[in-house]
Each structure stands twice: as C-alpha cells, then as structure tokens.
Design a protein around this ligand. Structure first.
Ligand SMILES: [Zn+2]
Length: 614
C-alpha cells in the first residue's frame, strides 16, 4: 500500500494519523495471556502455585495479576509464578498505562488433590477405587484392590461368585508426590498433607475359580456399626488356564512396557508373537518367560485363532557377515520371538535376550575381515531365555538395527564407525548429520511475546546446518521451512536416511506448577547408552557458550532419542516461556552461539571416538 506513496507523503500521512487517532486507539492497553488458556485444567497435584505468562501493550504499563505487581520486559512480556487455590480459580490481570487501562480474567480449574476424608461420615472415594477398569487374570495371579475412605474403619471386599468377605487393611499414611517436581524442579517434598484411610487387599486366584465379569464389592464398616457398600467400576474375568492365547504384533515397531502405563522396556518389530495371559483395561499382559512379562496396548495386537501355539525356537547357528558399512549378525531362529536388547558402553557390548529360545548352538561363524566384533557368546540363563552377548572392538557404538527377515531369522545390523577425516580437515568432514527441527504441524511451546517453538526450532536448524556444512558435514533436515511432518514419521525417516548422528532441536517449558524462575536454562536429552557421551558433550558446550543456567542432562524416552540406528540427542538450549530467554532465542547471536556449540561438541565427540587405523 505505501509503496506508491512518496516518502514525504507517507510521513505526512503518518503524523496526521497520529494526531487524528489521539491517545485512545494508539495507546490502547492490551493484555494477552498466552498460558494458561481460558478454561484450562491446571493439574498440579497438591502444589500451591503455578505460572502464567503473556504480554501487555504498551510495555511501560503498570501490571498486576491478582493484585501482585508483575514485571513487564522491554517487549511487554511477563511471567509470574503465583499462588492458586483448588477448584474454580481466576487470574485477574490489570494493566494501567498513562491514558488507559485494561482488565482480563483467565478462568481455570485446579483439580482438588486427594485429602484425608473427615471421620464424621462413612465415605469411599469413587475415583480412588482399584480396579477402575476390567481385569482378566489367570489362576495363580494376585488380584490387588484398594480404595480411599474414612480412616480408622474396617474394610473388606468380595468378588461376587468367587469369594466373599476378604479382609483389607489400612495402609500407612501416603505421602503425595508430583513427578514433575522430581524431574524438572528442586525435588522438594510437597507441602500437601499425607493421606490416611487407604485400604488395600488381595486375593490369589485359585485353580477352580472361573467365569467372566465378576463384580468387585467393597464394604466399609464404621465404628458405630454403620456400613457402606460400593461396587468397583472394573470387573474381574478369570481366564481359562488350559489354552494359551497367542497374539501377533501389527505395527512396524511396538513399545511394550513393564506394567500398565509402566516404563518402556521392549521395542519389537512386526510379526512378533506373544502369549497373552492377562488384561487390565486397554493393556494386555504378555508372558515372556517364567520370570518376565510385558504390557502392551491391545490395539497393537492381532489375536490368533484358538489352537495357536506360543512361539518357540531352537537356536543352532549364528552367522556373521561383513556388509561394507555394517556387520550383520544372523541368529537362525525359526519364529519371531520376543527379545530385548541391552547396550553396554563400559565394555562395548550388545546383549540380546530371546524369550522362548533354547540353545543347541554349536556353530558361530565369524568373518576374518571384521574390524568390529571381538566375540559372540551365548548362555541359557533360564529354561525359556537364550542370551547372546556381542562384544565390540570399538571406542563408540554407532547404532544398530534389529529385525526379522522373511525366513523369521533374527538379524542384527551393527554399524561400523564412520571414517573421520584427519588433519588439516575438520573431523566433521563427510559426517552425515540429520537435524530435526521439532514440531510442525503442531506449534510446540509458545513464548510470552508469541514466538512459536516450531518457528524458533526451524531458524535455529538453518543456522546449525550452515555452520556444520561450513565444516564439511553433510546435513539434512527432517522438514523444510513451511513443511510439517508428524512426530511418528521422524524416527522412521531417520532410520531410512541412516545418518551418522541425529540431533533434534527444541525449546523448553516446564510443566504446570513448577517454578520457572528457579528452573530454566539449557538441557540435553538421550535414551540409549550409545548417545550418552555425545549428549554430555553437547550439554557442556551449550552451557559454556550460552551461559544460561544448567537445566540438566536427562535420560528420557523421547521419540527422537529412541532410534537405535545412530547416536541420537535432543536439545533444548533455552526456555520458550522465560521472557529473557525467549528474547534471546529471537536473536542472530543466540543462533550463532548454539551453532558454534553444536559444531564444537560434534568435533570433540568425533575426535574422542576416532578409531585407530587398523
Ligand atoms: Zn518441543
């Protein structure tokens, strides 16, 4: 619009505009709260404060939240960590400039944290009842039940049609805990009171118990002889022990856990068969051996018709092949057994447990021109577990890929170290780095002034790419500017492109209730042992260069840290939500510093892990 107007005309127009519009519209005061959003539920598990951030125009306005004066940064951004109360809660914001003022209310729901029930009346807290979901168990399994109710009473439970009046006991008072305080805060003990009146009971399912959908009824007996009976939302079915149920994994890769909602523990490819011997809500329990079980969300599993047998295999032969850039180890299984790979870096080792395998192993064929494998040993630690240990003759492990081939043989491809250029070149020369600018199509975190994390990650990635390419590295991005790619597709892309190193770039925020004034700065994340050394060096270099607080080095099961095919590290050099850091993230200087830190970290890592020429 202004292009066709001469400069002086534009100036005149502008001054006229300023005069005509007077103080009201030009200096109108605006409050924009970025977080929390209107009607958000702020789940802070018994903590008494949480944060709010956003921006105010003009930046020299005086600003209060719930009557507490709050500082505005030069760009108008604010961040406050303020007391809240459980239930419906309102942040009332007030900004006053010389000529105008503005108010804004932000309504929140703060869930009421569990509290000890008053002894005046007989109560069972319905949300506290376990089982909340339907369970399927087998004879020999232990059914554990619990609920919270009036303390100091007598409790029992019945499984209708199975067993009546099973006694329960009141547990010692339970101290409340907020996971985020231990992970991202100061690990302070919460001020919240411990909870009394938690009753627990159990029952071992007997060989003669059977039937489906048994109701579980709790009974609480008060001191005055009054009683309360309540039915659990979840019901119990007892599985027939005579025939195992067999399921097959459908997705390319499935995560199996240690318990319902438990830790990630097994990563299994498509077609692996499991003995399913229990269910809790959406989780199946898979029996791997007499010692091992795994829990998997049922949508990952296709149940096979009755009569299918549990996967079993005899392992007679292991064969090593030299494939150029990798060494292939083939274990001649004849079924897709569940397995678990553990990596060690003190003595560089890959250790694989096969569940349902028996050793008849007479032959391990090595190749004489293999620079990687020192030794392969097998053991049979229990009847159903076969263990293979591969000791590697390297300073650093560069990744592996485990899968079953079309003959149901287990294949482990172990990457050889990349060739690292000698002086006078940078060690980064010809090293293939895949950079992942986090987020998009999702926004990621948003800063108080409105900067979106997906944008900040992208412009940072472009600066890092330029820097690394200047050192001779080959660099690809998981997405180009303006493009989106789903989170799930990124690790698949990394596996397909097979870079030497994968780096994911993000900017941070703390969870609700954590004090961002005490907890901000630079952090780095890894998952597999092969990535820990690189993560340590990156964190060290970033904190040295940026001089922001050291928010920490983390083990975390993030999707971009989990690929096994290469060392993979995710970094959050600064905080999106912290005004001073958000302003910094927007500067060229910051991007240069991060790019320098990453380049230096990679050089240090490559120098350190460089193999002697053999
Ligand atoms: Zn992010």
């Amino acid at each position: 619009v202004y292009k066709n107007i001469s400069k002086s005309a534009a100036k005149l127009f502008l001054s006229l505009f300023l005069i005509l519009s007077s103080s009201r519209s030009v200096l109108a005061v605006e409050i924009h709260v970025v977080y929390p959003r209107e009607a958000d539920t702020v789940n802070i598990s018994g903590r008494d404060s949480t944060f709010i951030f956003g921006r105010v125009k003009p930046a020299d306005a005086a600003f209060w939240i719930n009557g507490i004066r709050t500082r505005l940064h030069p760009n108008g951004a604010f961040l406050a960590y303020l007391p809240i109360r459980e239930g419906d809660f309102v942040f009332e914001c007030l900004a006053i400039a010389s000529t105008d003022s503005a108010r804004l209310k932000r309504h929140l729901l703060v869930p009421i944290s569990p509290k000890t029930v008053s002894s005046d009346s007989l109560v069972i807290v319905e949300d506290s009842i376990i089982p909340q979901k339907d369970w399927k168990l087998r004879p020999g399994d232990l059914l554990r039940v619990s609920f919270q109710g009036t303390p100091g009473c007598t409790a029992s439970f019945s499984i209708e049609g199975v067993r009546e009046d099973i006694p329960m006991t009141e547990s010692p008072p339970l101290q409340q805990d907020y996971w985020a305080e231990a992970a991202f805060g100061q690990a302070q003990v919460p001020q919240a009171d411990s909870i009394k009146g938690i009753y627990a009971g159990c029952y071992v399912i007997q060989p003669w118990d059977c039937g489906d959908n048994h109701r579980v009824i709790f009974q609480l007996l008060g001191s005055a002889g009054d009683t309360l009976r309540i039915e659990a939302p979840g019901r119990l079915s007892i599985l027939d022990n005579s025939f195992p149920l067999i399921g097959e994994l459908v997705p390319e890769l499935t995560v199996l856990r240690t318990a319902q909602n438990g830790g990630y523990y097994y990563f299994l490819p498509k077609g692996v068969r499991l003995s399913i011997d229990g269910q809790a809500g959406i989780y199946y329990r898979a029996r791997l051996s007499d010692q091992d079980e795994a829990w998997v969300e049922s949508w990952n599993v296709r149940m096979l018709p009755k009569g299918a047998v549990p996967p079993r295999s005899v392992i007679r032969t292991i064969r090593v092949e030299n494939m150029g850039k990798k060494i292939r180890v083939i274990v001649f299984t004849d079924a897709r057994l569940p397995f678990r790979i553990e990596q060690f870096t003190q003595r560089q080792t890959l250790c694989i447990n096969f569940f349902g395998a028996t050793a008849h192993t007479d032959w391990i064929k090595y190749v004489s021109n293999d620079p990687l494998i020192k030794e392969i040993r097998w053991t049979q630690p229990s009847t159903e577990v076969y263990q293979m240990r591969i000791e590697l003759d390297v300073k650093q492990q560069w990744g592996y890929d485990a899968f079953y081939n079309d003959q149901n043989q287990f294949v482990l491809d172990i990457k050889k170290p990349p060739r690292i250029a000698g002086w006078p070149h940078s060690p980064l020369k010809n090293i293939f780095v895949l950079l992942d600018p986090g987020h998009n199509p999702d926004t990621g975190a948003v800063g108080p002034s409105g900067l979106a994390e997906k944008e900040a990650n992208m412009i940072l990635a472009i600066a890092v790419k330029k820097k690394l390419e200047g050192k001779g590295a080959l660099v690809s991005l998981t997405r180009e500017e303006g493009e989106g790619i789903s989170l799930a597709a990124r690790p698949r892309m990394a596996a397909a492109l097979n870079p030497d190193i994968l780096l994911s770039l993000h900017h941070n925020a703390v969870p609700d209730g954590i004090n961002p004034f005490k907890n901000h700065g630079t952090s780095t994340y890894f998952y597999h042992p092969q990535s820990s050394e690189l993560a340590k060096i990156i964190q060290k270099r970033l904190t040295e260069k940026l001089k922001l607080p050291d928010f920490g080095l983390y083990y975390d099961n993030l999707a971009l840290c989990r690929p096994t095919q290469m060392p993979a590290v995710l970094m959050e050099p600064a905080f999106m939500m912290y005004p001073a850091e958000e302003m910094l993230i927007g500067t060229r200087r910051y991007r240069e510093q991060v790019a320098d830190a990453i380049a230096e970290a990679l050089e240090e890592f490559l120098e350190k892990t460089k193999e002697q020429v053999k």
